[in-house]
Ligand binder design. Structure first.
Ligand SMILES: N[C@@H](CCC(=O)N[C@@H](CS)C(=O)NCC(=O)O)C(=O)O
Length: 234
């Protein structure tokens, strides 16, 4: 029987199935990347809800796993060498799960690096820029009189959408016929931009017809539909 008691996070979120991968998350665009990937791979896992309403991400137990106080984070009881592995940062987790299962990342070395390149495009570009747009358009930043910060993130989001649109022309997914962790990283953020952030008109989203086409295919996948609701909000 696997023992995860040396991880302080298990005191606040006890593992009912310590032999399964433990997911600490909330269904936000970064959180669902990992639940979607887990649903795609079929790996057994146990989800735990980290509620922002009660600032769970600031608790000492959560910080013991991710000192950066952000979801998602995981513990894989069966990590490299058969030893438990704790990880945070969704891009690192996606890459780890892809390597562990041999799924959602091409075997060919050049195609693998190209997939990682698009994964990083999400981590360094789409996530931070769309996130700032959300802040200035929908959340506290909406009240700021000076609209220049908002306009800057709108312009940058449009530029990123155009890059994505061009890449998707003539391809089913970011990497062509292969559905990969790059798609799993990017499309929850695109969905969030026009959904929760309500920025469809602001960014002229309907101009990006290739992005629209692939987003529609993404949200039809059964694993995506399931992953978008995991962990269930209380
Ligand atoms: N680069 C990180 C970003 C994670 C992130 O920003 N998570 C947000 C939710 S989408 C969060 O946990 N926010 C809580 C906080 O900032 O206190 C990743 O991709 O894992």
């Amino acid at each position: 029987m696997t023992d995860l008691s040396s991880f302080p996070i298990t005191k606040k979120w006890p593992a009912q199935h310590p032999d399964r991968l433990q997911l600490y998350s909330l269904p936000t665009p970064n959180g669902v990347k990992v639940s979607i990937m887990l649903e795609e791979t079929g790996l057994p896992y146990e989800p735990h809800l980290v509620s922002f309403e009660t600032s769970d991400q600031m608790s000492p137990e959560f910080l013991s796993l991710n000192p950066n106080n952000k979801i998602p984070a995981i513990i894989d009881p069966d990590g490299p060498g058969g030893r438990p592995l704790a990880l945070f940062e969704s891009g690192a987790i996606l890459l780890y799960l892809a390597d562990k299962t041999g799924q959602c990342v091409p075997r060919d070395a050049a195609a693998r690096y190209e997939t990682i390149q698009w994964l990083m495009f999400q981590m360094g570009g789409i996530g931070p820029m769309f996130g700032q747009l959300g802040f200035f358009h929908k959340f506290a930043g909406r009240e700021y009189e000076d609209k220049r910060p908002r306009d800057r993130y709108v312009a940058e989001s449009k530029r990123l959408l155009a890059v994505l649109d061009a890449r998707l022309r003539g391809r089913n997914w970011l990497m062509g016929d292969d559905y990969t962790i790059a798609d799993i990283a990017i499309f929850p953020w695109v969905r969030n931009l026009i959904g929760f952030y309500e920025a469809r008109e602001l960014v002229g989203f309907d101009e990006y017809t290739e992005v629209l086409r692939v987003l529609a295919a993404f949200v039809e996948r059964p694993a995506v539909l399931r992953g978008l609701g995991i962990p269930a909000r209380g």
